[in-house]
Design a protein around this ligand. Structure first.
Ligand SMILES: [Fe+2]
Length: 462
């Protein structure tokens, strides 16, 4: 056990408590049947703090750990590995934490700064595979490359072409094979948009002018555009440097969508105002004639920021649609369902194209994040939904759409999430048939050790 146990924050307790072992567990027990044609790895990242924090701790701050379940011919094996960031290696060499976090910023000592950098790039948020490379991502820094065995290779900068940080949610265009991404920063320039071609070369990068340093966790693409939401969740660097809450909600600043053409620069961006709101993650967006439709869980505001000082103030994110008319400049929007949810996903073979199906995860309560308990499948064509909920003691996570390699329809595939029972601390990889989620799991793969609650998952087919 570590001295982490003495930390009373709920973010290091219970199902969020870090694990201390890197494991390799072959031949996992399976209840039900893993689809035989599924070959690849399900990877989920998240915070897994190694050393007792220097002060206030938020899950955004924790050292990244990758948890993978490799599926092959109906069998499953598990492996987990820390992201060995330069910052974590500097801390390991000293045997204690040397970095604060977003909610407790501290300048590291000179020797630590030299080894590990000003910020620890925990790469704890999400993963992507592009042009044959696997990356784990933190939106405050460059991507961190890892290999198929989860070994950390190191920060990747596209031959030095990468300027500024990369969002944890870059978008791979299934048509062109290119990857498009934003990077935001609390210090000017506040926003940058970049494109990497299908061969993995960073071919376009441009600064985008926005008036204030806002938190922009996600964005969306369509065939011809990238779309950002400039919402008034504004960084307060002075307060952050004093160790206070880094975010302000400034409704007077307003909220607007920015439409960036592929290959475009700042002067090509068109801005469209909409009612104040905040979006953490988007489902998808697509073009239809001269309009762009955007789908996302939407919050009215974000007064508690990310619960640094005001837990319990989180708003319920409601499924929403916006339609931007590029000819008239008019934006219309409406709520599309009354089940609050987050961690929205679609079949990413259709990113940027119209999707009929969308998957979203409801929580029991929004007072405390990370209390997911099911998944809802939306059928946009028929305006209907189907859902699957876990038992009262089970906590699920993001449900990743895994395409059926032999399928043709958009929902031919499965949904995968880690699910852990609070009562027993038994973790499972649950596999639902996306065509019929209401009938319950087709397989429950039992983990030997608990997988802590974390952030985003992905499926990387062999
Ligand atoms: Fe995210």
């Amino acid at each position: 056990m570590t001295d982490l146990d003495t930390w009373q924050t709920p973010f290091l307790q219970g199902l969020m408590a870090p694990v201390t072992e890197e494991r390799d567990d072959p031949d996992l027990e399976v209840v039900g049947k893993i689809p035989a044609n599924l070959r690849g790895m399900f990877v989920r990242t998240g915070p897994n703090q190694q050393f007792a924090p220097l002060g206030a701790y938020h899950p955004f701050d924790g050292d990244g750990m990758l948890h993978a379940v490799y599926l092959q011919e109906g069998t499953a094996r598990y492996r987990n590995r820390w992201i060995e960031s330069k910052g974590l290696l500097a801390e390991r060499a000293r045997g204690h934490a040397c970095y604060g976090g977003m909610s407790n910023f501290q300048f590291p000592a000179d020797d630590v700064l030299l080894e590990g950098g000003l910020l620890k790039n925990t790469a704890n948020t999400a993963t992507v595979r592009h042009a044959g490379r696997y990356f784990s991502l933190l939106e405050a820094g460059p991507p961190t490359e890892f290999d198929h065995d989860l070994a950390t290779i190191g920060e990747y900068t596209y031959d030095g072409r990468l300027q500024g940080p990369m969002t944890a949610h870059p978008k791979v265009d299934p048509v062109s094979g290119e990857m498009r991404f934003i990077g935001y920063s609390p210090m000017a320039p506040y926003l940058r948009y970049s494109e990497v071609n299908a061969a993995g070369k960073l071919v376009h990068s441009t600064e985008i002018d926005i008036p204030a340093p806002v938190m922009m966790h996600d964005f969306v693409i369509t065939q011809n555009y990238a779309i950002v939401l400039d919402a008034p969740a504004v960084f307060d660097m002075d307060r952050m440097l004093e160790g206070g809450d880094p975010m302000n909600w400034l409704p007077g600043n307003g909220t607007r969508f920015g439409i960036i053409p592929r290959g475009g620069s700042n002067e090509d961006v068109r801005w469209f105002e909409t009612a104040n709101c905040y979006v953490v993650h988007f489902f998808n967006a697509w073009e239809s004639g001269n309009t762009i439709e955007i789908r996302a869980p939407r919050m009215e505001d974000m007064p508690g920021g990310f619960q640094f000082e005001n837990p319990g103030a989180a708003r319920e994110p409601m499924p929403w649609r916006w339609v931007i008319d590029l000819t008239t400049g008019k934006v219309t929007d409406e709520q599309t369902d009354d089940v609050a949810g987050e961690f929205p996903r679609v079949n990413e073979q259709h990113t940027g194209q119209r999707t009929r199906y969308a998957y979203n995860c409801p929580q029991r309560t929004w007072d405390f994040e990370f209390d997911f308990h099911g998944v809802v499948k939306y059928d946009i064509d028929t305006d209907t939904s189907q859902s699957h909920y876990y038992s009262d003691t089970e906590v699920s996570g993001e449900h990743v759409f895994v395409p059926d390699p032999d399928g043709t329809a958009e929902d031919d595939g499965w949904l995968m999430s880690f699910v852990t029972d609070r009562a027993t601390e038994q973790s499972e990889l649950v596999i639902l048939d996306a065509r019929d989620i209401a009938s319950g799991p087709v397989a429950r793969v039992k983990m030997v050790a608990r997988v802590p609650i974390g952030f985003h998952g992905n499926w990387f087919a062999d």
